[in-house]
Design a protein around this ligand. Sequence first.
Ligand code: URA
Length: 443
Amino acid sequence: MRAVDLIRKKRDGLELTGEEIGYLIKGYSEGTIPDYQMSAWAMSVYYQGMSARETADLTLAMAASGDRIDLSSIHGVKVDKHSTGGVGDKTTIVIGPLVASCGVPVAKMSGRGLGHTGGTIDKLEAISGFSVELGQERFFRQVNEIGLSVVGQSGNMTPADKKLYSLRDVTATVESIPLIASSVMSKKIAAGADAIVLDVKTGSGAFMKTLDDSIRLAKAMVDIGTQVGRSTIAVISDMDQPLGYGIGNALEIQEAVATLRGEGPEDLEEVCLILASHMLVLGGKAADEEEARAILRDKLDSGAALDRLKMMVSAQGGDINQIEHPELLPQAELHVEVKSEKSGFVESIQAEEIGIAAMLLGAGRETKDSSIDLAAGLTLRKKIGDPVEAGEVLAVLHLNRPYEDRLEEAGRKVKEAYGITDAKVPNRPLVFALVTPEGVRRF
Ligand code: URA
């Protein structure tokens, strides 16, 4: 077999066999197929696409390129949740304890953030002493004992995806649905869950800006899961504005805790309840979404879900005082208000621009190696639909003095991110569609 023939075959719109895809991935991982050939192949996929069978083969080849986690020693149906990334998305920190308190084990491996979307692991590290590196044995034991653990990804999971994703990043081949779908699902499959609930974001702060593209991506991922024997469903949720009000690591922990106390923002609570209810159904703890919602509501109202977060924080060495008194979480030295120049109604909030502003203040990483400031970020005071008067506060920037020289740029970005109109703005849906193996249900 020769790489050049496989590139030509894909270039001409033909299907590659599983063996051919395996050859490419193995050769690329081992370094016998060079970057220039893999780039040409990725560009051919970008233009020609891949069949569902090819996409599943690519996923399995990448999942097999490194360590695969065997979760069989954890009792019960393991349901994973994955979000395609968004600004202010702290759903894992709410959903993990919530679902675990209903008896569905959550053994979650999460990533760090790069750029304007923060990673769950970074957020959890805002809690003093919280360890995200437990070692596999302790990780499994903790899930069996308290039903919940969130740790960083193991060192050698899906190295082929890591290499190919970096190559795609610099060859304008990221925006390919089969390549994104196989990249995400290879990591989920290597992480070992029995069932997967995907939260595919759509809108200005998401990878996929239109609903149709988001549905196409969701279908590709659900198809892969189904083909490889993992029950998979996808919810398409709004990322046309940040989720909740807090953006930044400690600020998001604070908001997640408020949500577990039943005092969180409505949009965040609702998205968490929707995703968690699908997890309960897939985990066999509820017959349908309605029953699941009633169980979840009870765990929120009784404090059982919040208690589960405290158990995890304590088991992973974190300071539970900061969960009981979130004002003890890292706080920034400076709080600067960004005010509206116009009166009217908030029509849009460019989530990506808000994310970039948070990153400028130190909340996110500009490069892989940059450090983050756990206290930094921003709090929105206005969301889409809210009335606003000229001079009223749109958002508050939280920053420490070393980032003061970024203040002006961050403030400008936040101001520019807000679209203000004269007319009243209708309510937006939070969830647009549900994609299951049986088909697409639009709301
Ligand atoms: N996230 C991933 O993990 N992979 C992609 O290709 C795009 C987003």
